[in-house]
Design a binder for this molecule. Structure first.
Ligand code: IVH
Length: 684
């Protein structure tokens, strides 16, 4: 190639790389910040790969704000850095009197002002970050630390998709030389739940709440791990200490939030400009209810006087700004007395100690029991009966004991120890070295059997309605049922002698059990309760191994080949099928007429009519039961999920549909009636 041709090729590559960066950056902004995707994933991936290839061929084209540069290499440690401008914290108010007290205090300093407009924002329960942009480019992300100095965690901040690597400016306009943006990094509740589930499965200590999980994630030294955790960020403060470039400087907090939004940040949409204390109080009360529907935790409302001029006049005390206050929601963490400890035996034999508590009102409910997780956790807590303990209820997790106030321990209080035998079957329990979980390993322990039956009958598995604990318990006690396969041998006559059982009920129950024989193979597989095989994994396994016979013969490596199935799951599946008792269970289920293979031949999920389509069902449908609608969608290859997101394709609306419909409208997602759904299924 001639020198000139080379030069031209390089120039074309440069132009193309620039165009790709801009397209990818726009698409990622639409997807993550606006929650309104405008490019199909497949197109995004193709453009991304094209950019990656160009950058590999022409390393000189790499720019720090390239979408390919979000995830960096692991680092050895983070450095402490001083904040240029300290991060103040906020004074708290817990009720309207305290709020009015704050108002009266600042009004005394500014007697001419009266009721000044204030911005009410949700107080996001996360970790504050300070981000520095120089000439529009993200150069530093630092944790709050003690407000004076924090840790420089720039590589981790770069992985947060809702934080732009370059400020958005109109073409030809220049950014301020230096901008500092502050806001809250947080973990959405669903991600928090996933992380803790994974930790529970691994036996590592659980994060107490999303804030701790976010803090733990932000401190990870490996940015690849951070990137997987889907941290998110809401911006709320904009500082331009050295001039504003072509940015029109905002004169109030409301304008600053809008400005942050136009610079490419995610700003919480639920802000409100309030003209009076009464308006603030309305907002606070409204969100006390609605906050439980949010995808993240809020622990209160932050109220900031809107006018920057007024803010400047009021200034700061040595701890707080005088112009802002946090109006907190009641504590979700309170002390109470530990009256007793009981132990539960789960379907895997896991022994879980449970604290029996003196009743305490927490986040709107009365809490009388809280999990103590496992023996390791017990040892950490050094729990004595009669101890005063701190109980917490946060987000969607069950209440738990977070701490013991040992200074309040009564004299001669007894240390609590887990029993050495299973409280249900009396056999010795086992705690393998290095594992957190203590287990009953007696395969015929009634508690394990009861748990297995409960799981088998549950909605996502065989969906057997009416198979409540009170029947199951009697069947187990009387030796009528020793495994899930025994359910299919029960007759109406078998049930009649049971306490409180009648002909009608017995007929119904036996009918429901018989109906469950129609459940498809993935449901059966999930119902078996193999360790680490939840419903999603069961579906993946069933997609790839269309029968129990095929799966039972599969090598561990072949199972682990499946996209989404890790080696640990593969090992667990392999081990399960090697146990003779499980092999005979499969044989018995097969001869009872259950679906141990997929009914459609050659189910490549790709080839199905609704494959790749995601549905959300909301409200009561006129004729279909929710489970029916779900299984019909799934039979056509679609997926049904519980919450509406930008990835949802259709929301099926029934009567009394609530926030999910609103969300669908907000995101512009297609809405279907039951009739539309049926038509879609018929045409599929
Ligand atoms: S403003 C001087 N706004 O709450 C202004 N803070 O208790 C201080 N927070 O450290 C911050 N949501 O981590 C502000 N909308 C919001 C907030 C918020 C959460 C956190 C932030 C701060 C803490 C103060």
């Amino acid at each position: 190639m001639s020198q000139q041709a080379k030069e031209q090729a390089r120039e074309r590559a440069r132009e193309r790389a620039k165009e790709l960066r801009s397209q990818l950056q726009k698409a990622s902004y639409a997807y993550y910040v606006l929650d309104a995707p405008d490019l199909p994933d497949s197109v995004y991936d193709r453009l991304y790969r094209e950019l990656q290839d160009l950058e590999t061929q022409h390393p000189e084209l790499l720019t720090p704000d390239s979408p390919t540069q979000r995830i960096g290499a692991p680092v050895e440690q983070f450095n402490s850095v001083r904040h240029n401008i300290p991060l103040y914290s906020l004074e708290n108010a817990f009720d309207s009197d305290e709020y009015l007290g704050w108002q009266a205090r600042w009004q005394r300093l500014e007697p001419d002002v009266g009721e000044a407009p204030a911005v009410a924002e949700l107080k996001i329960d996360g970790n504050a970050l300070a981000l520095t942009y120089e000439d529009g480019l993200l150069v530093r992300g630092v944790t709050r630390g003690d407000g004076i100095a924090g840790e420089d965690i720039t590589p981790n901040v770069r992985t947060i998709r809702t934080i732009p690597l370059r400020l958005h400016m109109a073409p030809g306009e220049s950014p301020p030389p230096v901008v500092e943006i502050r806001g809250e990094a947080f973990l959405p509740l669903d991600v928090f739940a996933e992380i803790n589930q994974a930790r529970a499965a691994e036996g590592t200590a659980l994060f107490a709440n999303p804030r701790n999980a976010a803090a733990g994630t932000l401190r990870q030294l490996d940015a690849r791990v951070v990137a997987e955790r889907r941290l998110d960020f809401f911006a709320y403060t904009l500082l331009m200490p050295e001039g504003t470039g072509d940015v029109t400087p905002p004169v109030d907090q409301w304008g600053a939030l809008e400005c942050l939004q136009s610079l490419g940040f995610r700003v919480n949409p639920h802000r409100q400009l309030c003209a009076s204390a009464a308006a603030v109080s309305d907002y606070y009360q409204q969100w006390d209810e609605k906050r439980h529907d949010l995808a993240y935790l809020t622990d209160g409302v932050v109220v900031k006087l809107n006018s920057f001029e007024l803010q400047d006049r009021l200034g700061f005390t040595n701890k707080f700004p005088r112009w802002a206050i946090a109006l907190k929601y009641p504590a979700e963490e309170l002390p109470t007395i530990l009256e007793n400890v009981t132990v539960q035996v789960g379907r895997t034999g896991a022994i879980t100690p449970v604290a029996e508590l003196r009743p305490v009102q927490l986040a709107g409910t009365t809490v009388t029991r809280a999990t103590l997780h496992n023996a390791d956790r017990l040892a950490e807590l050094d729990l004595h009966l009669g101890d005063t303990v701190i109980v917490r209820k946060a987000g969607e997790i069950i209440p738990e004991v977070v701490r013991v106030l040992s200074e309040l321990r009564p004299d001669n209080a007894q240390l609590y120890r887990l029993p050495s035998t299973c409280p249900v079957c009396g056999q010795p329990v086992v705690k393998p070295e290095g594992e957190a979980v203590t287990r009953c390993v007696n395969g015929s322990c009634p508690a394990i059997l009861q748990g297995s039956l409960r799981h088998w009958a549950s909605r996502d598995a065989m969906d057997i309605s009416g198979l409540g604990d009170r029947w199951v318990q009697q069947w187990i006690e009387q030796g009528m049922v020793k495994s899930v396969a025994d359910l299919y041998a029960l007759t109406v006559d078998d049930l009649l002698p049971l306490e409180r059982m009648g002909q009608q009920l017995a007929t119904k129950l036996i009918g429901a059990i018989a109906d469950s024989k129609q459940r498809p193979w993935p449901k059966v597989l999930y119902g078996l309760g193999i360790r680490l095989v939840g419903s999603t994994n069961a579906q993946l396994l069933a997609d790839n191994f269309p029968s129990a016979a095929a799966l039972s013969q599969a090598e561990e490596e072949a199972i682990a080949q499946i996209y989404g199935i890790g080696p640990e799951i593969a090992q667990s599946v392999r081990q399960w099928f090697q146990v003779p008792a499980n092999q005979s269970l499969i044989e018995r289920l097969e001869s009872a007429g259950l679906q141990l293979k997929s009914t459609q031949q050659a189910v490549s999920s790709q080839s199905q009519p609704l494959s790749g389509k995601s549905f959300v069902l909301t409200g009561t449908l006129p004729t279909l039961k929710r489970s029916e609608a779900k299984s019909r969608i799934e039979a056509a290859g679609g997926r049904v999920s519980g919450s509406v997101s930008s990835k949802t394709n259709y929301v099926v609306i029934g009567e009394n549909a609530g926030s999910k419909q609103a969300k669908a409208e907000e995101l512009g997602i297609a809405q279907l009636t039951e009739a539309d759904l049926l038509a879609l299924l018929a045409s599929a």
